[in-house]
Design a protein around this ligand. Structure first.
Ligand SMILES: Nc1ncnc2c1ncn2[C@@H]1O[C@H](COP(=O)(O)OP(=O)(O)O)[C@@H](O)[C@H]1O
Ligand SMILES: [Mg+2]
Length: 187
């Protein structure tokens, strides 16, 4: 779980127990923008760790609803942190919102993380992003993106690209293992 490896310092310092949970029908390979998807997961995991109590558990679950050539993949990151009130849950995905700009998170993050996650998710047709949370009990952030499972062919031969521009083959199961370097822990 390299997304987690990038957050290793915070995970170790707070003795956070990381659990990952993949449903067996999650496809091995989907077509999508791997780096953007990793960015969302990384944001969710870093927030979950940031707001977790010492020794808390952070669970990353991946499920899929398979529909022909598509897989509707849902990634959920749950924590046992402070939770978020219903009023604040509505604001979270707007730019520069920090619910608790207090000592707790002074100098940490910009309040842009979730707004960027929403912008990325919204670029995908039929996608959604959201949160379920109860104050004092923890939060679960989730997103669902509908990925083609097979490569869409573009062009009619002539040595052109086999995949649409700006797409990359991403192995869903490897998303959590293979984050690029350079992810900070701040957002
Ligand atoms: N897992 C979480 N538990 C509690 N509060 C959270 C969680 N994730 C996000 N938040 C709240 O949502 C705000 C916005 O998150 P985000 O957009 O990622 O900004 P940042 O991490 O830069 O503060 C955070 O400042 C925090 O108040
Ligand atoms: Mg953040």
């Amino acid at each position: 779980m390299q997304v987690v490896a990038a957050l290793h310092g915070m995970v170790a310092a707070k003795s956070i127990h990381m659990v990952k949970n993949f449903a067996p029908n999650v496809p091995t390979t989907v077509i999508g923008d791997r780096y953007r998807v990793e960015h969302i997961i990384s944001n969710f995991v870093s927030n979950a760790c940031k707001f977790s109590p010492r020794g808390g558990e952070v669970v990353v679950s991946v499920t899929s609803r398979n529909a022909g050539a598509f897989a509707e993949v849902t990634v959920t990151v749950s924590d046992q942190g402070c939770g978020i009130s219903p009023e604040n849950q509505e604001k979270l995905f707007r730019n520069f919102v920090q619910i608790r700009p207090s000592a707790l998170q002074k100098g940490q993050g910009s309040g842009l993380g979730l707004a960027l996650c929403k912008a990325i998710v919204d670029l995908h047709e039929g996608s959604k992003i959201g949160v379920r949370s109860e104050e004092g009990r923890g939060s679960s952030f989730y997103f669902t993106i509908r990925f083609p499972v097979d490569a869409p062919r573009v062009g009619g031969g002539g040595g052109g690209a086999a995949y649409a521009p700006n797409t990359a083959t991403a192995t869903t199961a490897s998303l959590l293992r293979a984050a690029p370097s350079g992810y900070g822990t701040g957002r």
